[in-house]
Design a protein around this ligand. Structure first.
Ligand SMILES: Nc1ncnc2c1ncn2[C@@H]1O[C@H](COP(=O)(O)OP(=O)(O)OP(=O)(O)O)[C@@H](O)[C@H]1O
Ligand SMILES: [Mg+2]
Length: 629
């Protein structure tokens, strides 16, 4: 499917690939991993022909570049709704639907209808809606013009469109960067059941363990293919390194031995021949290349000034943007200097509003609030990365913010987030995603904050940097507040979880795995279609549904439902087979009237959507039953 042969490629004089070769068979789901700035995004651009290799070749077997499914760079916009935008991604369906409006010839009409049924076109709106729901669009927002959404949400719509078009070969570059934990969890299960070939850049171990079948590691300008998920990759790689190290030691030993022989007998006539042959052998000996392990990233966070607890208290506070309509109500909490809090909650529930209240960007509309006098907050949010000056280097950015600092101090500050020497002088527009993210983190550390609020800090960061971030947070002397879809980071660094939901905040007493299950159950509920309920007072109803779902799980009713939905489905399938047989009969089109042909085609279409609905009902019941057992 994809073959890369002895490929070399340089950017600004620096090699990213040197003689790299790899083959990815069709149907594989491959996680592309590698350090920030190693060239993953560049590799994807080379594959789709946006850049040309310097040497070697990239071959795509049996598939054209235009058939590769990938998320457009530019977020879509305009008056079109997310739902219509996603539907339009199935080009064949869109074309057939348009033709059906105008076609006059009965044979053509029948052909169109049959083809539409074949490609399952009638269930398309339901499928599109379920993908959008999975990615966090509620029923109402699926219908709003794209132009009314933020950039992040429009990128989600773009992702939904690619998923919906079910390309044979799909390329995704860190798709979870635009997602919250809830949508990322959904995407993971979606990709897991995806049937085509997938090449996905990701730094998320959980996703790499659950959703892909193999790992492609870009290291030292080479590509290495490993079967299995991330954990297996790490183990295999470790074994490979250990073996290589042992072989290298053995070789070194042989080498010394031969050299000693040569030195000793070189000028001794009786042994000269042997010495000569050893000299040749030594020359021919191929050196075993030990993978030069790249230096580990280390993050250094500055120690804040010690302050007496509590840093912040609120009592029955309301916060929001409009006086009459607070986003969050009745907030009572305190924050101490060594707190480690993770925020959970759907997008739109108010996680960022709460973060802004704590950071001091927003003030409480009512209730009591108090903050420590000398409190300094470092607030990292996604838009900071986008706000970097494209024409400035990392050094320039820090110089502007710390006019009195010496060049050495500035370089050391950047080193503290793993931006090494030669990466410090690159213009921000030429930096990779991870390099920009590191620079943004360096910027919020400048004033030695007592509270670090990190809103999706791992986006773009490679796996080593995520580990480094976890280490740095754990040894950081101040308070940490974390919003992240990286479960591992949440697990490693937080000791309390707050759930932002129903217009307020409460402690979440269960663990993240329990949260994962409840989110997925919730998204399934949503797909079952309950339009309206989603839009207004999300809170109470969602709670009710959750409780109802739990009760249902307990009851033996479930098993009955599975059985009855299965039977209904079977009946429909038998009917469908009969219709298919009629339609497949070549005589049918000769002997029947146009009206009759159309009638049968319509019946087939109806059946197809009934089957779709019955399948969904059965699947839901079966999944619920599985979850309960
Ligand atoms: N015009 C340029 N001048 C200098 N360096 C450049 C230029 N264009 C790209 N680079 C460098 O090429 C390297 C590869 O970039 P690429 O975006 O492919 O990395 P990546 O592996 O996708 O990284 P990340 O994990 O951070 O997304 C980066 O170090 C980047 O700074
Ligand atoms: Mg990249």
């Amino acid at each position: 499917m994809l073959r890369i042969r002895e490929m070399s490629y340089r950017v600004a004089g620096r090699p990213l690939f040197e003689d790299a070769s790899v083959t990815i068979p069709a149907g594989h789901k491959v996680g592309l991993i590698g350090r920030n700035g190693s060239g993953k995004t560049t590799l994807l651009r080379l594959i789709v022909g946006e850049a040309q290799v310097d040497q070697g070749a990239i071959e795509l077997d049996g598939i054209g570049i235009d058939q590769i499914g990938r998320v457009a760079q530019e977020a879509p916009g305009g008056a079109i709704s997310p739902l219509d935008f996603v539907l339009a991604a199935d080009k064949e369906r869109a074309a057939l639907m348009a033709e059906a409006e105008t076609a006059a010839q009965p044979e053509r009409i029948a052909e169109i209808q049959i083809r539409l049924a074949d490609i399952d076109a009638h269930s398309a709106p339901a499928r599109a809606a379920s993908i959008l729901a999975g990615l966090g669009f509620d029923n109402d927002s699926q219908q709003q013009p794209l132009a009314t959404f933020s950039g992040g949400w429009r990128m989600r719509a773009a992702l939904a469109a690619v998923l919906f078009s079910t390309p044979e070969f799909m390329i995704l570059d860190e798709p979870t960067n635009h997602l919250d934990l809830e949508a990322a969890l959904w995407l993971e299960t979606y990709l897991k059941s995806y049937r085509g070939t997938l090449l996905i850049v990701s730094h998320d171990r959980d996703l790499l363990n659950r959703a892909v079948t193999s790992i492609l590691h870009l290291e030292g300008c080479q590509l290495f293919f490993y079967e299995g998920g991330y954990d297996r990759f790490e183990k295999t790689r470790q074994e490979r390194l250990t073996l290589a190290a042992a072989a290298a030691r053995k070789q070194e030993h042989q080498r010394r031995h031969m050299q000693a022989f040569i030195d000793r007998f070189r000028y001794k006539a009786s042994k000269a021949r042997q010495a000569q042959s050893r000299i040749k052998a030594l020359e021919k000996m191929e050196t075993i290349n030990l993978a030069i392990s790249e230096p580990n990233t280390v993050f250094r966070f500055p120690e804040p000034e010690a302050l007496a607890p509590p840093l912040i208290t609120f009592d029955r506070a309301d916060v929001g943007y409009l006086a009459e309509k607070p986003v969050l109500r009745n907030l009572s909490f305190r924050i101490d200097p060594d707190d480690r809090i993770g925020f959970l909650g759907q997008n739109g529930n108010g996680k960022s509003t709460l973060a802004r209240l704590i950071s001091g960007e927003l003030t409480a509309q009512s209730g009591e609030g108090h903050r420590s006098n000398k409190l300094r907050v470092g607030y990292f949010a996604q838009d900071q990365i986008e706000a970097l000056d494209a024409e400035a280097t990392a050094i320039t950015h820090l110089q502007r913010l710390m006019p009195r600092a010496t060049p050495t101090e500035i370089r050391s500050q950047l080193g503290g987030v793993g931006l090494i020497q030669d990466r410090q002088d690159v213009l921000s527009k030429n930096m990779s995603g991870g390099e920009r993210a590191r620079l943004s983190i360096a910027i919020i550390l400048i004033h030695k904050p007592n509270i670090l609020i990190l809103d999706e800090p791992t986006n773009h960061l490679d796996i080593d940097a995520r580990d480094a971030l976890a280490d740095a947070l754990n040894s950081f002397a101040g308070c940490v507040i974390l919003i992240s879809h990286d479960r591992r980071l949440l697990e490693l660094t937080t000791d309390r979880l707050w759930l932002v939901a129903d217009g307020t905040v409460r402690d979440y007493d269960d663990d993240l795995e329990a949260y994962r299950k409840s989110v997925l159950a919730d998204r399934r509920e949503k797909n079952r279609g309950d339009p309206g309920a989603e839009n207004n007072s999300r809170g109470d109803k969602r709670e009710d549904r959750r409780a109802a779902a739990a009760r249902r799980k307990q009851s033996a009713e479930l098993r009955k439902t599975v059985h009855s939905t299965e039977q209904a489905l079977e009946k429909l399938q038998v009917k469908m087979q009969k219709i298919q047989a009629v339609l497949n009969d070549p005589d049918f089109y000769q002997k029947e009237s146009t009206a009759r042909i159309q009638e049968i085609a319509t019946r087939q279409r109806q059946l197809a959507s009934e089957i779709e609905a019955a399948e969904a009902a059965w699947l839901n019941a079966a999944e619920a039953l599985e979850a309960a057992s």
